[in-house]
Design a binder for this molecule. Structure first.
Ligand SMILES: [Zn+2]
Length: 441
């Protein structure tokens, strides 16, 4: 009798644990299998130094003390991983190789777009999601639509700079929404291809207002330029405005995949422009907030990933006594200063006044004296003035740049909606792509 009872209890226990295991695995499965809305944000040239610096700068400008630090939208995400980002032929990657690897999961050589060393195509995940899951696809950047990072998500080319070859591939994707500053490889072939494939090409606010979910779009900026964040006026386009436009088109029952690039963190870092980096990481942050708003209505079905493609500038954040907040009153990007100095018809005195104002340089400072001398001796070549401005930003903030190009530093991967923590740990770009394909089955 006793034996019988023990057997029954054991059987009951086994049944209960099997039932529990079954239920648990179903929950796990449903958590990773119901992702329908995917936002992949890429900060071009962004690794931890750019993120940390911007976050700390924002806190100091707001006067937040160390007990009340505010975070960027994405550093609050509860899953964080680290991605090694070498390319197929170098420990340091360029943007086309990195974007292609993020999209396709295969390492390729620098300057190539989705072509491996034997010339074989490495197919981006976007094509798979479009064909197999009927998801709508959107590609957004503040650089040109055929620039290296966006191209990595739709194009094949043996040279990232061959824009006339990349641009006509936009329309052959059948993807739903493209937006950027302009199309660098605009040509007759590109024009014919988008018209033939039924795309609407929009280039001003009146045209943007006509966007509906029933069409496919190629959207560019009114003056072929998306301004840097700190130089934007109310009417200007930005990646945030593009993302809002994209959601009108791609939000549907089959889901979507949106790649959104903040492309000018890289440009600023190449120029060793500390304030420029802040401006563009904050641009990324604003766009991520739009995705988070969307996720409020679809918390279980939304995946938001924020990462960089590589670090640029070998940026270091100084040591005790750094004063990032001193960059607060700078309202001009160094690249814009260069364009202004080289192209404006203003007199030398007017140019000096503009630069001094926009960079908030004190008139009794050594920088002012040096700047004034260099301006007077420039003779149409302002490279020394530009170098002085870069140095000035670094001196007043404590920030340093040790390179004017990409470095091999790993990049963080911030993930919202990854309930099974697939993206924790350290992995290669190929493994990143595998995780992405696993979570959007
Ligand atoms: Zn890049």
């Amino acid at each position: 009798m006793k034996k019988k009872i023990i057997t029954i209890v054991l059987l009951l226990l086994i049944t209960a644990s099997l039932l529990f295991a079954c239920l648990f695995s179903n929950t796990r499965k449903s958590n990773i299998n119901n992702i329908k809305y995917v936002f992949l944000f890429i900060g071009d040239g962004m690794s931890l130094p750019q993120v940390d610096f911007t976050e700390e700068y924002n806190n100091r400008v707001k006067g937040n003390d160390l007990d009340h630090q505010e975070q960027l939208s994405f550093t609050k995400f509860d899953t964080i991983g680290l991605r090694k980002n070498y390319s197929g032929d170098n420990y340091v990657t360029d943007s086309s190789s990195s974007a292609s690897a993020l999209a396709s999961g295969k390492l390729i050589q620098n300057t190539k777009v989705n072509l491996d060393k034997d010339g074989n195509k490495t197919v981006p995940i976007t094509y798979d999601l479009k064909q197999r899951k009927h998801m709508k696809i959107g590609i957004i950047t503040n650089q040109s639509i055929d620039h290296a990072t966006p191209a990595g998500f739709y194009a094949y080319c043996d040279d990232r700079n061959n824009y006339t070859k990349i641009a006509p591939q936009i329309a052959t994707t059948n993807f739903d929404f493209f937006a950027g500053s302009h199309v660098a490889g605009y040509s007759e072939e590109f024009e014919n291809s988008y018209k033939e494939k039924g795309y609407k090409y929009l280039s001003n606010q009146d045209e943007y207002n006509t966007i509906t979910k029933d069409n496919k779009y190629i959207v560019v900026a009114p003056n072929n330029t998306v301004p840097y964040g700190i130089e934007q006026k109310e009417d200007d386009v930005s990646i945030s405005k593009y993302l809002e436009m994209a959601l009108k088109v791609v939000d549907n029952k089959d889901g979507f995949f949106l790649m959104v690039e903040s492309g000018m963190i890289d440009t600023a870092a190449h120029n060793n422009d500390a304030k420029g980096v802040i401006s563009e990481v904050n641009e990324l942050d604003k766009a991520v907030n739009i995705a988070l708003e969307f996720a409020k209505n679809h918390p279980k079905e939304t995946l938001i990933i924020v990462t960089g493609d590589h670090e640029t500038g070998s940026m270091s954040l100084g040591t005790f006594g750094s004063t990032y907040e001193n960059l607060k009153d700078i309202t001009m990007i160094i690249k814009s200063a260069e364009n202004y100095l080289n192209n404006s018809k203003d007199s030398t005195q007017e140019k000096l006044k503009t630069i001094v104002n926009r960079f908030s340089i004190k008139e009794d400072s050594t920088t002012y004296t040096n700047l004034s001398n260099e301006m007077n001796n420039a003779n149409g070549n302002y490279s020394k003035v530009i170098n002085l401005l870069k140095k000035y930003e670094q001196e007043i903030s404590g920030i340093n740049f040790h390179a004017d190009n990409h470095t091999g530093l790993s990049v963080p991967v911030y993930v919202y909606g990854d309930k099974n923590k697939l993206f924790t740990g350290e992995y290669t770009t190929a493994e990143f792509n595998n995780k992405l394909r696993t979570i959007i089955k």
